[in-house]
Structures are given as C-alpha cells and as structure tokens.
Ligand binder design. Structure first.
Ligand SMILES: [Zn+2]
Length: 683
C-alpha cells in the first residue's frame, strides 16, 4: 500500500475535517501511524537542526505546528478503538501500543529539543509574548523536565526501559483482570435464585449462559467496580453473597490470573522511576504536575472527608439494621452484599421513590433535544442541527452541527448512545478534531454511552443514572466545543487530570433544574410532566446513602495513594494485608462498606491513566459544588451566567493555570463547604 492511497494521510475533505471513515479500512491504520511517526520525527529534527538561536517561533510554536498528521491519525484511530473495536482494530491496537510509547519517549526525551526549550524558557522574562504564549513556554519546559528530558544518558536509558516494562505490566494486569472477570461470572441453576430481577434481565442472563454452552442456566457477569447493580434487586441472600464474593475475589487468588505480583511490580517500578526523576514517591511525582501539587495536600483532603463519611455510613447502617429487624424472620447483621438491597427498601419507605418507574419520563430523544441541548441553548445561545448527510465512524453515531446565536459555526458534536459488543464499557468524551487557531481547526467531539438498544419500534427510555451520564459527558463535550485557543496543546479538555471532571460535573446541575426538567421530563405516551411531589423527593434524596457512596470512593482513592506513596525499597509482600492496613489507617475499614475497587481489579490505577490520581474526582467536585452555588446565587439558567462560565473557564481550556481561571470566574478561590453540604458531610 502506498501513502498516496491511504486516506488517513490526506486532510479530510469533509466539513470540519471529520475523518472520511467510509474510505478508511482497518489495514490503513498501522501504515498511516508509521508514516506519521516518521513525519513527526522529521519535523522535530528540522527544529533541532536550526542554526540560529532558539526563539519562541522557531522552537515552541514550531513544536505546536508539528505532529499534525499524527494527531489526525491518532484521533481517528482511538475513536474507533474505544467505540468500535472489531477484532481487526484490536489487533492494530496491540501492535500500536509499544510503538506509540517509544515514539512519545523519543520526542519527550530528545536532548537537542530540550536544550532549545530551556533556552527559550531562560529568556522568558525578556520576550514579547502574550499570556497564552508565555504559559505555553512554561508548560513545554515543565512537561519535558517532568518526563526526564534533563537526565543524563544512562538515566534516560533506564527510564525508557522502565516505561517499556510498565507498559507491558499494565497490559498483563488488564489481561488477567479480563480473564478472571470472565472466569468468575456467577452461574445460577434456577431463575428462583435470581428472584427480583426483571424479565428482561433474566432472559439476558439466560442468553449469556447459553452462549457459554450452559443451556437452561443463568449467568451473571461482573462490572468493573465492587458492587453489582443487581444486588439492589436480588431477594435471595445467598445469591447476593455469591455475586459479591466473586466480584471481590477478582484477580486476587493464587492462580494464573493473580494480579498481586503484577501490581506489586508496577508499584515498585513506578517508585524507581520517580526516584530517577528526583521525587520521593510516584504520588509525589504525579501530583507535582497537577493542581494538588503534593500528596500531602491530597491526603489532607481525603482525611477531612473520611471521618464524616464513615460516621454517616454508620448511621445509614443503623437504618438498614432497623429495616432488616422489621422485615426478616431471622434478623442478621447487615453485610456488604446486603447493603444495596436494604438501601432500596429504606429509599422506598422514606421517599417512596422507585427510580426504575421514572423511565417513561426519560425518553432519550426528548432528554437530548429538550434537556441537554435546551439547557446549552439557554446558557450559551448555541443551537444544534442534525447533519444526517454526515456519517461518522459507525451508523449509530449521529452528527450535529453546532452554531452560536449569531450563526457562527462552533463545531460538530457526535453522539454514539447505544451499546455494542465492539464498544468498551462506561461513557466518555473524546476529540476527533481539536480546536486550534494556529492550525485553523474547529472542534469535532464525540460522546459515547452504553445504553441498551430498545426492541423494534420501542422507544429508548433512560434511567436517571443514564440521564445523569448524558448531561455529564455533554459537559466534557462543551469544554471541547467552546475552546478558543491558539495552540493545540491547550485545546478544550487538555487540562490537568484533577481539573478535567469539573466542567462535566457542573453540567449535571441542570438535570433537576426546574425549567430544564419541566421541558424534557415528559411521559413518552401522554406528554405529562413528572409529578411535582416526585421531583421534590428526587431533590431530597441527594444526600441519601452518601455516607456509603463517599466512603467506598474515598477508600479506593486512599488505596491508590497508599500504593504510590512508598519509595523503591518499600517491599510489600501481602496485597490483602497492605490493603487492610491502609484502610484501617484512614478509618475506612468497615467490612460492610468495601472499597469501590480492590487493588487487584483497580484498573484505573494499574492499567488506566489514573495512578496516584483517582482522588481527582472528588478534588474537582469541590470546584463543581462551589460553582453550582455561584449559579444559584446569580439567577441560575441565564445567558449572562453561561457566557461568563464559557468565556472565563470553558473557552480557555488549558491555556492558563486552572486555579487562576477559576479565580477569574468565581472572584475567589473555591471553598469546600458546598461539597460537604451536598454530600451531607457537614452534619
Ligand atoms: Zn467525566
């Protein structure tokens, strides 16, 4: 195959540079990546071979111009490898991972390039640059230093070797977890044992069993986190226990899938890498380049929240014990596998809300158009027009063109709502084209969810959780769409990890906002609005079970920190004992409230990008809760409020220090009180 015939290597002719997936075949990707890697290296070599002294233009801006072809290929590929990973795409992915790691290291550790960046950085005070350019110099210098570009050759060789080993270990962790999750899926002999599940869920379990050759039986597969959703419904205590035990045993047993040795080695190598880079621990290394700055700051925050969360969880357990005493013939102590089931009973008794019964009011198209889009139009004046003439990477991914109130084009929004075998679990946003004035590009962003396809002719009725997810992911999409930066390095969601969840969390505030809710939550057959009393009760349940939910999250966040606070010599032999000691240390060791992830299946941390960073979710929720208060104080859903949030926070992307951007928007630093109040931790 020649480069000339590879559609990935030419700029797309489609509007907004949307990749022309109709022309792209799976076997185009690897050759395109190889050509794009070479092209990127040539561009970098042209920068380092310049004979004149380093300047902002010939070095920093030139770096920003480089890698455009690689960005195009990578955006096109990673969109598909997450949302439509056919076996051919998976095969490309496996071959690509080490190539990508090597390419990234080659540029990040390039000594000649680093020298030029250092020279520009050293003259920064004397250069005539605007704020974004100045911050760009700071960031390039900081990121290359952080990656190890300033080390001597021996240290760099060791660093590169460590990065390779770590990437292999992460793959092993993921493979063990996937295998053990499949092995431990729980088989039930009769439907009686699964009493409480809906008929749809039962037939799905029966189909899953049949697919494994277990005709007549029922198979319950395990989600990533500890608590299985069906634990809230299953009436048989023994069935609940079996599912919970299987979930918590994942990749922990002394068998071929045991992740214990793998994660201990990962922790050790990360600590060694941190030491080479001049840090006491991996956590110190990671947080140094986040808004948190130090592991001590993270620890202070987690401890501040842990005590009231554990206290509230104990109070919640008392309520569960009371309902067990009341409803069961032989009372028993509430254990982890009982929590969700009796919590649903308390919820029903206290608020008479059956969350499942709300679905007829949450028809997907109505939620999207009259809820998600409507709120954005009210706040920012933007409108959404479906472009049925444009196809993205899959027929299920719909394309919308976004315009400002004055008709200016903003970008494209792609929504891929439904689940399919080739899509990974969860929900996310990713860019397909990043906004940049330098490159003359407008944004194309994608949202993915995993909503079950309805039967033929049936409407898609969402759960409240799915409505929340859609608003959340759309918040990330707005961050990408509203970017107005010059340099691609700063576009949209290219911000610190402990900041990136903030805009998406804020967008969730409109779900129950009266004008928005009233506009979208209409019964799909009768058009009736949700009963006001139900809405009131929904608002009242915000703090319900938050002691439990916050505790299980904080436990996982603390485990992540604990694994990464040690130095390279901190030998840890026993994973379970280490976990127990860490959780006891922070007072989150109630056996009825297990951690959201145990170490052996904590994929965010050992095979995903969240090592020493799982704290980020609650860290950014401080800003979120404080911002929600600001909107409330200033009249809520208005153009004026939206425009301020857009101009001072969403639009700047990563082009200034995020805490400066926050101060600019809020008029002061964030306060923690609104978060404590929201989660009921202030009482
Ligand atoms: Zn998010």
């Amino acid at each position: 195959m020649t480069d000339a015939s590879n559609p990935l290597l030419q700029p797309s002719e489609l509007p907004y540079g949307l990749p022309d997936y109709s022309a792209i075949r799976p076997d185009h990707y690897l050759p395109a990546f190889r050509t794009a890697f070479d092209e990127h290296l040539r561009e970098i070599a042209r920068i380092t071979m310049v004979r004149s002294m380093p300047t902002f233009e010939n070095t920093i801006e030139a770096i920003e111009r480089s890698g455009e072809m690689l960005d195009r290929v990578a955006h096109a590929f990673y969109t598909v490898s997450s949302a439509d990973a056919t076996p051919e795409i998976q095969a490309v992915d496996e071959q690509l991972a080490p190539l990508m790691a090597a390419h990234t290291d080659a540029i990040a550790l390039d000594a000649a390039l680093y020298w030029r960046v250092q020279q520009v950085h050293a003259q920064l005070a004397d250069l005539d640059l605007d704020d974004e350019q100045r911050y760009l110099v700071e960031r390039h210098h900081r990121e290359m230093t952080h990656a190890g570009a300033g080390l001597d050759d021996d240290a760099k060789r060791r660093l590169t070797a460590l990065n390779q080993q770590l990437s292999t270990l992460s793959t092993a962790f993921e493979r063990n977890l996937l295998n053990d999750t499949n092995d431990l899926a729980v088989v039930f002999d009769s439907a009686d044992e699964l009493a409480g599940l809906s008929s749809g869920e039962l037939s799905a379990a029966s189909r899953s069993a049949a697919e494994r050759g277990l005709d007549g039986k029922f198979l319950v597969s395990l989600p990533l986190f500890t608590g299985h959703p069906s634990l809230a419904q299953l009436r048989d205590r023994e069935s609940r226990r079996r599912i919970m035990d299987a979930s918590r045993a994942r990749a922990s047993r002394d068998n071929a899938n045991d992740n214990g040795p793998v994660l201990r080695e990962i922790a050790r190598l990360r600590a060694e890498r941190a030491a080479i880079l001049g840090y006491d621990s991996h956590a110190a290394y990671v947080t140094a380049d986040e808004t948190a700055r130090t592991p001590e700051a993270v620890e202070r925050m987690l401890r501040e929240l842990a005590a009231p969360s554990a206290r509230n969880a104990r109070a919640e357990r008392d309520a569960l014990r009371a309902i067990v005493d009341e409803t069961e013939d032989t009372p028993f102590t509430v254990e982890a596998h009982d929590w969700a089931f009796y919590t649903e009973k308390v919820r029903t008794a206290r608020y008479s809300i059956d969350t499942g019964a709300l679905r007829p009011w949450f028809e997907a198209e109505r939620v999207l158009q009259d809820g998600v889009f409507f709120a954005a139009t009210q706040l920012y004046g933007v409108t959404f027009t479906e472009r049925a003439d444009l196809t993205a990477y899959h027929p299920g991914a719909r394309v919308f063109e976004v315009h400002d109130a004055d008709g200016t084009a903003v970008g494209l929004y792609v929504l891929d709502l439904y689940t399919r075998d080739s899509k990974r679990g969860g929900a996310w946003m990713n860019p397909l084209v990043s906004q940049s004035r330098l490159r003359g590009t407008l944004p194309v962003v994608v949202n993915n969810l995993n909503v079950a396809l309805p039967g033929d002719g049936e409407p898609t009725l969402l759960t409240l959780d799915e409505v929340t997810t859609l608003f959340h992911e759309f918040g990330h999409a707005l961050h990408g769409l509203f970017a107005v930066v010059t340099y691609p390095h700063f576009s949209g969601t290219n911000v610190f990890r402990d900041f990136v969840e903030f805009p998406s969390q804020v967008n969730e505030m409109w779900i129950l906002w009266p004008e928005v809710l009233d506009n979208y939550a209409r019964h799909h057959e009768t058009g009736e609005p949700l009963d006001a009393a139900i809405v009131e009760r929904l608002r009242a349940t915000e703090t319900f079970n938050q002691g439990h939910d916050t505790s299980e999250y904080l436990a996982a966040a603390w485990l992540d920190q604990a694994w990464h606070r040690g130095g390279p010599d901190a030998a840890i032999d026993d994973v379970a004992a280490f976990e127990a000691a860490a959780l006891a240390d922070i007072g989150l060791d109630d056996p009825a409230v297990p951690t959201r992830y145990s170490s052996t299946y904590f994929a965010h941390v050992f095979s995903g990008g969240y090592s020493a960073g799982y704290y980020s979710y609650i860290w950014s929720e401080v800003l979120d809760a404080d911002t929600v208060d600001w909107f409330r104080e200033n009249g809520g859903l208005t153009r004026e409020n939206g425009d301020r949030f857009r101009a001072r926070l969403l639009g700047v992307g990563g082009s200034k220090d995020p805490l400066d951007a926050y101060r600019d928007f809020r008029g002061r630093d964030a306060e923690i009180a609104p978060l404590l109040k929201r989660r009921g931790l202030d009482r």
